[in-house]
Structures are given as C-alpha cells and as structure tokens.
Write a protein that binds this ligand. Structure first.
Ligand SMILES: [Zn+2]
Length: 449
C-alpha cells in the first residue's frame, strides 16, 4: 500500500476546513448548497461520483459512495454542514474567517461540525487514493439543517432517498472527544441519546376582574404546577449505556472517588452522591440528566391585561426521555408531580436511542483509539441532546457518535459547541483524520488488505 504523508494530509485537511468555515451556512436560512458544491468539486476532481439533492431551494445535501465488494453491508459517514447563528461582536476573530491563531482554526462550525466534515472527507479521499479494497461500501453524506431538526437534511433524505444512505452502521457526531479526569484521559463515544417529549401545559380557570381575586385563577394554577415540575426530581433510571460509562470512569479512579461514582447508580445513594460528592455543578447537572427523564419549563403565556384574570394560562416544557422509557411512562412521572388540574399536551416526540457496545465496529473504534493513544480509556456515552441519528436510526442503522478528538489540556470541548470563539486545534484535526481513517479502513477493508 502506498505510504501516506500525514503532514501533507494535515495541511490539506486544514485548508479544506478553513474553506468550509468561510462559507456562511448559518441556519436559518442554511444555504448549505454552497458547502455541498465546495465538497463536490473536491470529490469529483478525484473521481468520485457525487449527488447533490435539494430538499428546498439552497438546501443542498451531498452524497457519494465508495464501492466495496458487497460481502458486507455499508458503513455511512454522515455530517451536517449547517451551523448555528453567531454574535459576531463577541468573537475574538471573525466567525466566518477560518483564521489560524496559536495552532487553532477559528470559526463557527469548527467543532460542530465542519471540522468533522473535513475528517470524513479526508477519510474518503485517502481510501480512494490508497485504493484500499473494501468489503463494505463506504457512504459519505454531508447534509443540511441538523441544527433545526434535520427536516431539510437527514430527515428528508431518510424519507425520500433511503436507498442512498441505507447502512448497517453509521459514524457521526457526537463523541470520540477526550476528557481528562484526574490523571486519565477518557474518550466519550456516543452510543445513546435521549428522546424528546415536548409538552404544553394548560391551566383553565374562571375569568374575572382582577380587583376581586378568587381561588380559580389559571395563572396561579399554572405557576404552581410549573414551579413544582421545575424543582422536581424525577425517578432514577440506570440505562446500560450510563452503567457502562460510570463503571468505565470509576474503574480508572482510586479509592473513595471510585466508590462515590458507583454510588450514582445506586437508588439509595444516587441523590446524595450528586449533591455532596460532585462539587462541580456542571458535572452534577449532567450526571443528573443522564440518570433521569427531565422536564424543563422554558416558556409561559397568559396573554391578558393587567386588570383581567385570564381563563387560561399555558407553559411549554422541554421533556427528555431516557432509553427504555416511553411517552406514557414519562407522562406518568410528570403527572405525579403536577397533579390533574393542569392539561398536558405532547407537542413533539422522538424516541430515545441506545445501541450496544458489543459490536465489531465499537471494538474497532476502541482498539484504534488505544493504538493512537495507549493511555486512553474508551467509554460509551449517552447524549442528553438530540442529533440526526434520530433520523438515520429509522433505517435500522446502528449509529455511533465517533469523531475522534484528542483535545489539548484545558480545552473545553463542550464550551466551544455553539459558543463564542469556536475553534479546533490543528493537532486535534490531524489526530481525528488519522484515527477515523484507520478505524474505517480496519472495519471496511478486506481482510487481506
Ligand atoms: Zn452538530
């Protein structure tokens, strides 16, 4: 096999990422067609056949495929090219500049997720350049609209062109990044994500003149229910993913820390561990969200005049459900807190996802990460948010969040996602390209290759 000159590969990946960051794909409106055409030019120049499909004017979705020998089903590498809006005046460097400073590439989308688009693109190019014989097709899809639920992107592709992206396994965001806890470096690979169950709460009451208060005020009823729900602790549910995650981290700790972490999984001790042991509030909130369904009030409405008691008052609630939970089981938990006086309507629902770690692909991910970082501890992760995996999984695909990133010490990945000064270190991009390419080659290449 021809040797790969990794320094040149890194330079190329950096260049492509800079160009991608310079294309403003803020969603809304998205305008992802420009990013799709940029990728198409690179791919077609190297002999790929590329399809760009528009779900709506300007909403470009790009798909290409490297053929394998068909002995095993395809692997899908998918990413989104849209980004969330910026407050440009709060950035140190232009958010659509793609500028390099102190070893970092700056720009909206550097980590979420144009940096990963660049990793996947380089993986495709390298597989082709090395003429790696494949037993699985490798599909590359860079799609629109993930930041607005993928209606014009992956959701649309799954509904309208499933044959183009159908695969046994898929890799994408959100995971594969490193977190240093104590002295150990952990790589969190997403194998599960929470479901959505958004709610509207509605309280009815007796309208009237506000100068004569009475005990059937809809605003007061609603406010009481919302306050109870916002402060409530819903029941503990330990999912297989979170069990493996906590064990993976705990086993790398010494003494007391280890015992305390395992206590998170114990119904008798979990709350106490969250409150007394985890001093860092960010960690505490995240562990709570990984172990419980959540119902977060995010809006209130009771349109009226100051001197009129309205007959109805409404609140919206962002509900998130753990794998293993259903809409019904979640609603029961909510009802138990707010009682029967308030109506509950489900406005949006999506199922939670959970995939096993006992698969040949997950083993390949773990092995490859450890080859490149021998101290790495690889653990599965439950994402509390939602990604396009929700759509891809409808085709029966096993979806992992695996975009390998060894982060420089002190670099807070989570703070960069949707934050100001989003950036990716050049060394992190270089690591990602190598690990992703090696993973895909090992998993999809023919054994004799
Ligand atoms: Zn993203």
């Amino acid at each position: 096999m021809e040797t790969i000159h990794w320094d040149a590969v890194t330079e190329e990946a950096v260049r492509h990422l800079q160009s991608l960051l310079q294309i403003d794909t803020t969603n809304p409106p998205g305008n992802e067609r420009a990013a799709a055409e940029f990728l198409a030019d690179i791919l077609t120049a190297e002999g790929f056949e590329v399809t760009i499909l528009e779900s709506a004017p300007g909403r470009g979705n790009l798909i290409t495929r490297l053929k394998g020998d068909g002995s095993e089903p395809p692997l899908l590498l998918y990413s989104h090219t849209d980004v969330v809006p910026v407050e440009a005046e709060r950035w140190r460097y232009p958010p659509f500049g793609g500028e390099i400073h102190d070893g970092y590439i700056y720009g909206r989308g550097a980590v979420d997720m144009k940096g990963i688009v660049a990793m996947q693109l380089m993986t495709m190019l390298l597989l082709k350049r090395t003429a790696t014989p494949l037993r699985r097709d490798v599909i590359f899809a860079a799609t629109a609209d993930e930041e607005m639920a993928g209606v014009y992107g992956m959701g649309w592709l799954v509904d309208n062109h499933p044959e183009l992206i159908r695969a046994e396994y898929a890799l994408s965001e959100f995971g594969g990044f490193s977190v240093t806890l104590g002295t150990r470096r952990f790589y969190l690979c997403q194998t599960a994500e929470k479901g959505l169950c958004w709610l509207r709460l509605r309280a009815q009451g007796r309208p009237g003149h506000a100068s004569v208060p009475h005990d059937r005020n809809a605003v007061v009823r609603l406010a009481e229910a919302v306050a109870r729900l916002g402060r409530a602790k819903l029941p503990l549910h330990v999912t297989p993913t979170v069990r493996e995650f906590v064990h993976g981290i705990a086993e790398a700790q010494e003494g007391e820390g280890r015992e305390a972490l395992l206590g998170l999984l114990d119904p008798q001790r979990s709350d106490a561990v969250l409150e007394r042991v985890l001093s860092d509030s960010w960690l505490r909130y995240n562990f709570y969200a990984m172990l419980h369904n959540t119902a977060t009030p995010t809006g209130l409405r009771a349109e009226s005049k100051t001197n009129v008691i309205p007959s109805t008052a409404e609140a919206i609630v962002d509900g998130r459900t753990l794998p293993g939970q259903t809409q019904e089981s979640f609603l029961q938990e909510v009802r138990a807190v707010i009682g029967d006086e308030v109506e509950v309507e489900v406005t949006l629902a999506a199922r939670p996802l959970e995939f096993p770690t006992d698969t040949p692909l997950f083993r390949t991910m773990r092995r490859t990460l450890q080859q490149h970082d021998p101290d790495a501890v690889v653990v599965p992760m439950l994402l509390t948010g939602a990604t396009d995996a929700k759509h891809v999984a409808r085709l029966g695909t096993v979806c992992y969040g695996f975009s390998p990133m060894r982060l420089p010490p002190g670099e807070d990945f989570m703070a960069r996602v949707h934050g100001h000064d989003e950036r990716l270190a050049i060394e992190t991009l270089a690591f990602g390209v190598r690990v992703l390419f090696d993973t895909v080659r090992a998993f999809c290449g023919r054994k004799e290759a």
